[in-house]
Design a protein around this ligand. Structure first.
Ligand code: PRP
Length: 289
């Protein structure tokens, strides 16, 4: 049985549960327990606060974890724990760790912050940054509601996660300096080569498939044989596109391939310019490489 720690409630919870669902892992939807067994795989979810996940994995209370790179990095900078193995970078809830200051303050360049008080839940990353830039920042440790600290006179600025920027705006703060891009990671403790490692590999493969199927599109079109070389030259694919004869037009072939979602329209424009017709694109349920 594998145990996977995920955030009980917060920024990463929905994305993590959706990804597991798309990987074919089924859980009791209405479970309120802190351990939720998977119905169709030897896996159980351990629901924790995100800042406790690196320690749970490091101490072996969980085999795997889904945790923000910000939380993991702050934990690892803090102590002697062995670095967790980063298995996958997960494509949801990405954000950044930034320094922010009151909208109306006169700070303009990084050195204007020298010796200032900065409220944060990420003291180790802040200390590392402060040292690297010789800023002698004074950390004010808060575990939540960090944005309110300047208005309360607790700090001169903050160092916190920014996604849409809405929370900063609501608290009359402006993003001053982006320090780190952050995204969720699937991490693991060392599992050796036994049965658990086999389960972990199966889980990775299924999550990878779910990620690929979400980020890629299946593309089908008809192409004139006269332009085939040009069309195939830059066409993305997995192992190479599939070519199939058309039943009633021997001047063309049908081409099937897989394209990154963000490259889809660029690819369609390129193949259309080379005579492609009957272009179809599909979402995929799974892509197992
Ligand atoms: C983070 C951060 C901000 C908010 C920023 O909190 O602490 O409060 O997100 O997001 P925005 O730029 O889209 O407004 P999070 O949701 O991670 O929860 P927390 O309050 O537990 O830190």
């Amino acid at each position: 049985m594998l145990r996977l720690a995920v955030q009980k409630s917060g920024r990463l919870t929905r994305g993590a549960l959706d990804l597991l669902k798309r990987g074919g892992f089924e859980f009791e939807e209405k479970s309120t327990g802190l351990i939720n067994p998977c119905k169709n795989f030897p896996l159980e979810l351990l629901l924790l606060r995100d800042e406790d996940i690196p320690e749970a994995v490091s101490a072996g209370a969980a085999d795997l974890g889904i945790v923000g790179s910000n939380v993991l990095e702050d934990y690892e900078l803090r102590g002697p724990a062995e670095r967790a193995e980063r298995l996958l970078s997960l494509p949801f809830s990405s954000c950044r760790l930034s320094l922010a200051v009151p909208t109306k303050c006169g700070f303009e360049v990084l050195t204007d912050l020298k010796g200032k008080r900065i409220a944060t839940s990420y003291p180790s990353i802040l200390a590392h940054f402060s040292e690297a830039h010789d800023l002698s920042l004074l950390p004010v440790l808060l575990n939540g509601s960090v944005e309110v600290a300047p208005a309360l006179g607790l700090s001169d600025g903050i160092f916190d996660l920014v996604s849409t920027g809405e929370t900063l705006k609501q608290n009359n703060l402006r993003e001053f300096y982006k320090v780190l891009e952050c995204n969720p990671l699937l991490i693991s403790r060392p599992l050796g080569r036994g049965a658990k490692a086999g389960l972990r590999d199966a889980l990775i493969s299924r999550l990878n498939s779910a990620i690929n199927s979400q980020t890629n599109r299946y593309l089908v079109f008809n192409a004139p044989k006269s332009n085939l070389d040009s069309i195939l030259r830059d066409l993305p694919s997995i192992d190479g596109p599939t070519l199939m004869e058309l039943a009633n037009d021997f001047s063309k072939v049908a081409i099937h391939t897989v394209v990154k979602k963000d490259q889809l329209w660029k690819t369609i424009s390129a193949i259309q310019a080379l005579g492609a017709t009957g272009v179809l694109s599909f979402s995929m349920e799974a892509q197992i490489n």
